[in-house]
Design a protein around this ligand. Structure first.
Ligand code: FA5
Length: 350
């Protein structure tokens, strides 16, 4: 085969493959086909030159020219197929603005977490520091340093879940804390007055559940210590908190109560959301729901951690977060919070 014909095949090969690569639309592909593979296209023109070649060269030239033609036809067919499937996949992805949006199942905070955060924020805005504490607690903090020695009858107020009961051995046994009050001692031991802290966290009690009692629930402890703190500060702070959380409609009531670590002691109740104070199953027919215990920190407790009760005084309180969530949202059974019924929990998504 002459060098000249051989070069023509090579040039045509390079040019045709390169320009096929550039084709990105059906129109440009069709133009390429006409240009190279059409009846009057460049391959046809090449084939027409073969009879003019020397008879010895024709066979080889014809073979190579047809080889090129077949190869280009295959490349062309493949390119058509690729382009068609690209176009149809783009069509399938078309955005239909009339379709309703897809449902996205987003998680949300548990109603107790929401109310704990809300209360924490209210106290934070009143100048309180928010602190965390251990759920597995030592007897010495949960009871002894709170003026509740071993065998004291006041221990019966909190039925305990013991983790490691070594009482009488001299070591301090471990239990799941029955209230958040042990944090009062831990804070007094580690901070200097003025103290204004809030401790949200879980508490555990070995007791039967009913509409207002769970064996595991959230408490929020508050502690204020400084010079000249009086019961008026306690009442003022808790009334301000009640207004911020429940609004002006709900009424608050203080009554005397006993806790070994405060003197005097009090409980604060809010009028029942369900019966507006008339008496029903939720409030045990009393018209009031108790939300917290409180009082002036007992001088013996202050002395026990090295404070002079003649110089420093203060108040403490401990409230039940679920009880507050019940009042805020009109929930009539505390057991709903932890029964994992999504129909209940989803009402509190936002
Ligand atoms: C205490 O636990 C004291 N530590 C509170 C306290 C702190 C008093 C500081 C004085 C000074 P009490 O057992 O009453 O007290 O519980 C306090 C609050 O926790 C109750 O008012 C109630 O709102 C909530 N609570 C108590 N027991 C349960 C329970 N089983 N389920 C749900 N909430 C409860």
């Amino acid at each position: 085969m002459s060098n000249e014909f051989d070069n023509k095949i090579k040039d045509l090969n390079n040019e045709s493959v390169h320009s096929l690569d550039q084709c990105e639309t059906q129109e440009s592909l069709e133009n390429w086909r006409v240009d190279f593979l059409g009846r009057r296209g460049r391959i046809a023109l090449l084939l027409r030159e073969i009879p003019k070649l020397d008879s010895k060269e024709r066979g080889d030239a014809g073979f190579k020219a047809n080889q090129l033609k077949n190869m280009l036809q295959k490349l062309f067919d493949q390119k058509v197929q690729d382009l068609n499937s690209l176009i149809s996949s783009e069509n399938n992805q078309e955005f239909d603005v009339t379709l309703p949006s897809r449902y996205i199942d987003r998680g949300t905070y548990h109603p107790t977490t929401q109310v704990v955060r809300e209360i924490s924020e209210a106290f934070y805005n009143m100048g309180f520091q928010i602190i965390d504490g251990p759920e597995v607690e030592q007897d010495v903090y949960n009871f002894q340093k709170l003026n509740i020695p071993a065998h004291h009858p006041a221990r019966d107020m909190w039925n305990s879940l013991w983790v490691d009961k070594l009482s009488d051995s001299g070591e301090t046994p471990l239990l799941l804390r029955t209230h958040t009050s042990p944090m009062q001692i831990r804070i007094l031991e580690n901070h200097k007055p003025p103290i204004r802290v809030l401790v949200p966290g879980k508490a555990y009690r070995y007791e039967a559940t009913d509409a207002t009692h769970e064996w595991q629930f959230f408490q929020i402890e508050g502690l204020v210590i400084d010079e000249n703190i009086t019961f008026a500060n306690l009442k003022g702070t808790l009334e301000e908190f009640a207004q911020r959380i429940f609004g002006e409609k709900r009424k608050a009531r203080f009554r005397c109560d006993f806790f070994p670590f405060v003197e005097p002691g009090a409980e604060m109740s809010i009028d029942c959301f369900k019966c507006d104070g008339n008496g029903c199953r939720v409030c045990g027919e009393s018209g009031w729901i108790e939300i917290l215990g409180a009082g002036m920190v007992h001088p013996e407790v202050l002395k026990g951690v090295g404070y002079d009760p003649n110089k420093y005084s203060g108040f403490a309180f401990g409230m039940g977060a679920e009880r507050i969530a019940m009042l805020k949202h009109g929930i009539d059974d505390i057991r709903n919070f932890y029964s994992n019924d999504l129909r209940f929990l989803k009402q509190f998504s936002y």
